[in-house]
Design a protein around this ligand. Sequence first.
Ligand code: ADP
Length: 611
Amino acid sequence: MLVRRYFEKLRSMKIRNRAIRVSIALSLTMFLQQFAFETLENLSYDMRLRFKSTSPVSGHLQTIAIDQITVRELRRSPNARDHIQFLKVLSNEQPRAIVYLIHPKELVGSYEELQEFADLAAGLNNLYVVSEKVNLSGEAGRLEMLPPFSNIKVAIGPKLNDESGVVRRMLMSFEGRPAIHPLLSAQINGIYTDVGVRGVIKSGDQNEALIDFHPAGTYRSLSFSDILVGKISQGQIANKIVVVGRDTEGSNKDYVQTPYSSEQMGMTLLELHANMFDTAIQNRAVIPLPAWLNFFVTYLISILIVYVVLALKPVYGLGILVGTIAAFVILSLLSFAIFNIAVGMAHPLLAAFMCYYFLIPYRLIVENRRSWEYYQRNKILSQVEELKSNFLSMMSHDIKTPLARIQGMVDVIRRDIQPLGDQQTRALDSINQSANDLTHFISSLLDVGRVESQGINLHKSSKDINSLLGEVVEKLEYLAREKNVEIVTEFEPMFSVKLDVELMKQVFSNLIENAIKYSKPDSKILLTTDEVEGHIVVQISDQGYGIAEDDLSNIFMKFYRSKEAKTSKIKGTGVGLYLAKYFVELHNGKIDVESKLNQGSTFTVNLPMDL
Ligand code: ADP
């Protein structure tokens, strides 16, 4: 009944503990979810991007830069006339599209020249000017430039940078209108924006995607001046999307910061657009892990760490924390490197750290309280133990005198009152026997008390173990005879060793007396001595009742008696083996027992020769 209630309590405690852990993890996860931790997330994102080997380029792009060579050759920036010439040469090469990152209004030239440029550009049905602006400015939502450029096609293609200026995302569409990149790439891969495009992130009115970046320098630009003079190799332009921009290092506007480099001029705007085109053409936008999945991963890690901190040993806890974080980081790196999937790392990592560092102090407090309680309980226990010992020794002393008087009186009656009837003689024998038993018991108690309070000084003298055992056997022979138990001795001849003869006699007396006491009538006891590697080994084997397995480890404890012994008629105090072990260990020896219930026991005493 009690046991069942105990287990029920234990189970309900376990369930309660589990519920507490799950809710701690859930609350922490929900709390963390309130914050975006953008800096940390971006940091981990950029780190993964840098670790990743870059994917091959599509080959559908060619960038053309108004670079320092161009400026040196022309001795100035290209003007409207140069652009007219440029467009003529370029269109002859039949590119798939010409994407101008330079706004025509920046061109220098007379109105006629600008007009001529505008007509030429508008006439090319594959030329687009990229606008940073996405808002409607013309009729029917069409982006328009002012005259004379109002007929040139304008497409949206802003660079999306975060607060620190780093570009990670590209615009896919604004209010349903595709940006230039998906717009043109659809001609190649047939995938129109928002349909079948991987990794689309909705953000208000616009759809965005994470760019599958290549490091700066991947896309090699042709020089504007080379095109002007027709220096173009075969197939360099034909059927490609040609992006035209500036790379003169004259203005920050022509450059962007990328995850690879937080420098202001980390990459040309030209190359950024090439990256964006390639992401759209190859449909390789990085897919961010959905928020719910991220929440789930954070939650799982939190539960694991909470469990580890509250239930495991601190060393394992730290090991599992480090292992979990390492496994998570490796999996995140792999999923990014292989599948272009970006697992949010900030929340799970912060959850792991917070669970660990918030709960460790809590655990310390709990453990501190437990060890304090343990200490208090121990203190009380040792006080109780001391009280018990004091009481026992006081009681033993006080009983000893009346007991001696009883025995004396029995002797007086036996001697002086004659003749005694049969019943009277039996009564006197019984009184005498009981008094003897009680004296024996009291002496054991006093022995224990003395040993524990004063300790023992060994009085060593030289003695041959075999003869010591012989004396003990002789003294106990009568007991064995009463039960018809035969004591067989097999002694190996041995040198004398130095030991405390009285104590060792007490040890072997107890062991042999036990062997007789717990033997079955008409059985044998084998007593052997041997010398093994500088040790004397004495074994006492009986064919008695034996000791149950769960009692074996306890029989050397003070006052311990096995269940069988307690329920049998065999008298005992449970002190003999305790003292025997104590005395043997004082001689730097060891005492062991092997036993099988109902088959017998073997006690082995092992003493070093050079005591
Ligand atoms: P006791 O006075 O009860 O014999 P001991 O300390 O000598 O006390 O022994 C402790 C207990 O070990 C005994 O009560 C008994 O249960 C068990 N025991 C000791 N020796 C033997 C043996 N030879 N055979 C079976 N049980 C034994």
